[in-house]
Structures are given as C-alpha cells and as structure tokens.
Design a protein. Structure first.
Length: 47
C-alpha cells in the first residue's frame, strides 16, 4: 500500500471531505498538467 493510499484510508476513516483519484505514472509535470485543474476546481467548489 502506498503512502497516498494510507493517507486516503486515514481521511476516509475520519470522515474528511476530500477527493482522491489514482492515475498512471508518477508525480511529474505530465501528471500535474493532467490533474491540477481538477484539483483547483474541486477546492473552489468545496470552499
């Protein structure tokens, strides 16, 4: 189990409001370019 999955489990167990998605690859610029817009939109919608 990855560190991200451990954090996801912790947040879920503590009923945190969060969004978690897994995708292929590593946290490089290709990853961030694909996911940063989704993340910012989610934050703005849940403020």
């Amino acid at each position: 189990m990855s560190t991200n999955q451990i954090l996801r489990r912790f947040l879920k167990e503590n009923e945190a409001n969060f969004k978690y998605e897994e995708g292929p690859g590593i946290h490089d610029w290709k990853f961030w370019n694909a996911y940063i817009t989704k993340g910012v939109e989610w934050v703005l919608e849940n403020m």
